[in-house]
Design a protein around this ligand. Structure first.
Ligand code: IMP
Ligand code: MG
Length: 182
């Protein structure tokens, strides 16, 4: 992958260097906050897979990873808050320190559901780490301890984020050209 911009991307919002800096900052914070403790990174597929892979390597400590896949019912680009679990965690989270890893916190409805669902399984603690936080879009209050970058209200792709399963492999985060979805 070269650094040249994809023709469907209008502009680069966050370069790979900016993403790396944000990831490293969160990794250092998590290393400090969980010193001497085991932490389980629960990755929300598919969007968060690249962020988790990079974040895990920025954490100095005892880390395990697990994966969940969810899908929102309803319109494709919008979260309805009704979430279906497509793939559940492999292992129980009871008595463990859990961090949910998300790509982007938009309406917050997906995370609200996930938090409630995982909390019910009796973890020792639970926090959220999101790479992107869309400003002013939250429809529900979510306590997110680790936030990478504040994202203006554009539809963004790259670094794991897709539109119709495309663009996840872009090394930067960019604004998708409206011509692609209009
Ligand atoms: P929420 O439930 O509205 O917070 O939606 C969260 C999920 O919607 C994210 O995990 C993404 O998968 C997807 N999403 C929200 N905004 C964008 C975007 O700008 N680009 C790509 N996916 C997005
Ligand atoms: Mg997602």
């Amino acid at each position: 992958m070269t650094d040249s911009i994809h023709p469907d991307v209008k502009s680069i919002l966050f370069s790979k260097e900016e993403i790396h800096e944000a990831t490293l900052r969160i990794g250092k914070q998590i290393s400090k906050d969980y010193q001497g403790e085991k932490v389980l990174l629960v990755t929300v597929l598919k969007g968060a897979f690249i962020f988790m892979a990079d974040l895990a390597r920025c954490i100095d400590g005892d880390v395990e990873v697990d994966f969940m896949a969810v899908s929102s019912y309803g319109a494709e680009a919008k979260s309805s808050g009704v979430v279906r679990i497509l793939k559940d965690l492999n292992a129980p989270v009871e008595g463990r320190h859990v961090i949910i890893i998300e790509d982007i916190l938009d309406s917050g409805l997906t995370l609200k559901y996930l938090l409630k669902n995982i909390k019910a399984r009796g973890p020792l603690s639970i926090e959220i780490a999101t790479l992107l936080f869309k400003e002013g879009k939250q429809q529900t209050r979510i306590d997110c301890k680790y936030i990478g970058l504040l994202c203006p209200d554009y539809f963004v792709v790259g670094y794991g984020l897709d539109y119709n399963e495309r663009y996840r492999n872009l090394p930067y985060i960019g604004v998708l050209d409206e011509s692609v979805y209009s």
